[in-house]
Design a binder for this molecule. Sequence first.
Ligand code: ZN
Length: 232
Amino acid sequence: MKMNIINLITNFVNLFYPKLCVVCGEPLLETENYFCLECFLKLPKTNYHRSLENKASDRFAGKILLEKACAYLYYNKGGIGQALIAEIKYRGNRDFGEWIGAFMAAELADNRFFDGIDYLVPVPLHRSKERKRGFNQAEKIACGIAQATGIPLNTDNVFRKKANTTQTKKGLYERWENTRNLFEINNPDVFAGKHILIVDDVLTTGSTLEAVAQSLLKSPGIRISILTLAIA
Ligand SMILES: [Zn+2]
């Protein structure tokens, strides 16, 4: 009963405020989801999942041993990739975060990208930051991947110990110092002998993802892979 009323209100609202494309802001057709066809066809896909040697895995070369790394879209300033991340992170569109996660996963699953992966681990936010934002964008993307693949999400074994300050104005050593020991694992046994896929929204320097991976290495026999929605 309650749901029917919500549907009724939603339909009523859509009548006056049609759903808009998350990229260009044009009204969507009934059959379109989040993107208009034009923007959908222009998605800047990397196709990294077709090759284990790609620019995402290059960022971790010599730093941490990974099974594989992949980023789905190019993040270009003022481009579609940036618009999508902004939609999730700053406009707080959690449903879209899950939807694009599932959409990406469906395409990557066709190339068997998720074969053998035991758990999805989104990069944790510090508790204070997650409270402020109301959600963790990496977790929303991972949620969508979990829905599309059936791989369980694990959000309670790794946590962020300190709220780190912004990375952008720091030098290489300071960045390393800033992210070292940033994350901690509660129970290494849970991930022992497992293949973990760490999930994040954007891959930039890779230092945060590397720090998460470092914390996972306390689990004996662990294998680690990385997937992000975009690469800057
Ligand atoms: Zn559009």
